[in-house]
Write a protein that binds this ligand. Structure first.
Ligand code: F6P
Length: 342
């Protein structure tokens, strides 16, 4: 069997570990051949490929990013996109595809599976917001990077008696902010699921200053104020999946705090630092297990499925189910962080 592999959407530490596991087990245990498609769905759409075998996968386990490249191409937004993908797969003699991606990439995989393409999905996103799986790889790395940043910010904030607002990724879901905020001892965590009241934020800031510590606020990029409005928007630009480019909420909150409390406040935007560099051991372990299970699903002809972590086991769930809804932080999970506010 000849198997195509692609990685789509925002990159994420652990992608290379998946590719390596898929290829290693596919070649050695199933006797498959592989072809890499470059830059997400753009690869099969435009017929952009690369050689992919055990040799190409040597040394990539600890490397961030993806050797296949990535993009946010949506073939359903491109004229004859699906036909072009089907034609290119046939031209390359590809019998099955392993698509590694988040909500958008796997959303495309779901529709293609319904149209008869043999595809198996592997979930990835640092946001950890896919409902079908307990965890996605990349999330643990992002949380560790954010936690280390918070640890470092504590000492400088205390020295200068200033408020530091740390903006982390998380478009719709506040998982990174919640986990890093709890692990890093933040004095407040603001997430998209719980619109915040800026007055309440200022009360907590002042309360924190009553101790000998300085306030560290961890804020998801998609956090919104209770009053509504579009404080999070830096530009109105949309990507191919209709997502607006976020960023800037940390800075807005810092300015509001300064105006309302008189305390000096600065924002730190972690941005793509959270997505770069080497994956943690947990993410390498999870990504490897997803890859091993994905190529077994191909061998079993179990198409239209997505790999999912359920407890400590890797399960196969229908692609449609795995991407059906976003996994959000519940009020009770948020309440655990609230114990430490102020
Ligand atoms: O979905 C993953 C993610 O890292 C989000 O947290 C973030 O909003 C988005 O991608 C940013 O995407 P990019 O920088 O690739 O445009």
């Amino acid at each position: 069997m000849r198997v195509g592999v692609l990685t789509g959407g925002g990159d994420c530490p652990g992608l290379n570990a998946v590719i390596r596991a898929v290829v290693r087990k596919g070649v050695t245990q199933h006797g498959f051949e592989f072809i890499g498609f470059r830059d997400g769905w753009k690869g099969p759409l435009e017929g952009i490929t690369m050689e992919l075998g055990i040799d190409q996968c040597r040394g990539i386990l600890p490397r961030g990013g993806t050797i296949l490249g990535s993009s946010r191409t949506n073939p359903f937004k491109i004229e004859n996109g699906v036909e072009r993908i089907k034609d290119n797969l046939a031209k390359e003699g590809v019998d099955a595809l392993v698509a590694i991606g988040g909500e958008d990439t796997l959303g495309v995989a779901t529709k293609l599976a319904d149209l008869g393409v043999h595809v198996v999905g592997v979930p990835k996103t640092i946001d950890n917001d896919l409902s079908g799986t307990d965890f996605t790889f990349g999330f643990d790395t992002a949380v560790n990077i954010a936690t280390e940043a918070i640890d470092r910010l504590h000492t400088t904030a205390e020295s200068h008696h200033r408020v530091l607002v740390v903006e982390v990724m998380g478009r719709h879901a506040g998982w990174i902010a919640l986990h890093a905020g709890i692990a890093g001892g933040a004095s407040m965590v603001l997430i998209p699921e719980q619109p915040f009241d800026i007055e309440e934020v200022c009360v907590q800031v002042q309360k924190r200053f009553e101790s000998r510590y300085a306030p560290i606020l961890v804020v998801s990029e998609g956090a919104v104020p209770k009053e509504g409005g579009d404080m999070t928007l830096v530009s109105g630009e949309l990507d191919a999946f209709g997502h607006v480019r976020l960023g800037g909420i940390g800075d807005r909150i810092a300015k509001e705090i300064e105006q309302r409390t008189g305390a000096e406040a600065r924002a730190v935007v972690l941005g793509h630092i959270q997505r770069g560099g080497t994956p943690t051991a947990f993410d390498r372990w999870l990504a490897t297990r997803f890859g091993l299970q994905a190529i077994d699903a191909v061998a079993d002809g179990d198409f239209g499925t997505m790999m999912a972590l359920r407890g400590t086991s890797i399960a196969r769930v229908p692609l449609s189910e795995g991407t059906a809804e976003l996994k959000l932080v519940s009020p009770s999970e948020y309440a655990e962080a609230q114990v430490f506010f102020g």
